[in-house]
Design a protein around this ligand. Sequence first.
Ligand SMILES: Nc1ncnc2c1ncn2[C@@H]1O[C@H](COP(=O)(O)OP(=O)(O)OP(=O)(O)O)[C@@H](O)[C@H]1O
Length: 218
Amino acid sequence: MNSMMEVKNLDIQVPGKQLFKNLSFTVPSNKLTCMTGENGVGKTTLVKHILQSFKTKDDHIVINTTRAKTQYVPQLRNIDDEFPLSIHDFVGLGLRQSNLLWHTKSEKRLLQDIIQKTNLATIEKRPLGAASGGEKQRAFLAQALCAEPNLLILDESTASLDTSTKNDLLSLIRSLLLEQDITVLFITHDPELIEKYADYELHLSHLQAKLTRKERKD
Ligand SMILES: Nc1ncnc2c1ncn2[C@@H]1O[C@H](COP(=O)(O)OP(=O)(O)OP(=O)(O)O)[C@@H](O)[C@H]1O
């Protein structure tokens, strides 16, 4: 099994509490791994620690890609109804390849391709503030995809969505996984989504982690 990330003997504490001690696990590459665990076990803190490790050079965390190719999509952010950017322009903020004030031809092509793939083409001119929860979440995902990530970390990105919108988002993520060399780490509390879409479940319980392979048909 090729790995995108290896964590070995990692300790994490927050004021007044040891969250993890000697935590070790692997995140398999080009797979969808669901990170699960009770509220407050430390999932978000662990992910923050992983992202910071690019800067702090933590010896306990080895990630086989760069920070620029690691994209984090947090839970639905509050977007004001009056938020002025169109969905198209908001997604385009994820293009970071050039320092130019305008997008190059290849960036424009990439942006249009991602807008198509994430089913945003028919609504791309609308202000993001007017989009539904599911549309906003697709726009956040699309913005992250503009960086052409190798590692995509989704933090409860489906938590506030209805069943069919959740399924649409996860089907989209699975199709990206089949097309591209991308590894997805998805924090979720939703057993149905894990059952249907996960290749692996990484379950965090007090101080430790367990990686389990899930049966998949595709
Ligand atoms: N800076 C901090 N200071 C004090 N306590 C903290 C800090 N950061 C996190 N914690 C505590 O650490 C624990 C883990 O928090 P975290 O948000 O990582 O959990 P989680 O597993 O993501 O929870 P949930 O599923 O509810 O989102 C919580 O009890 C939280 O209150």
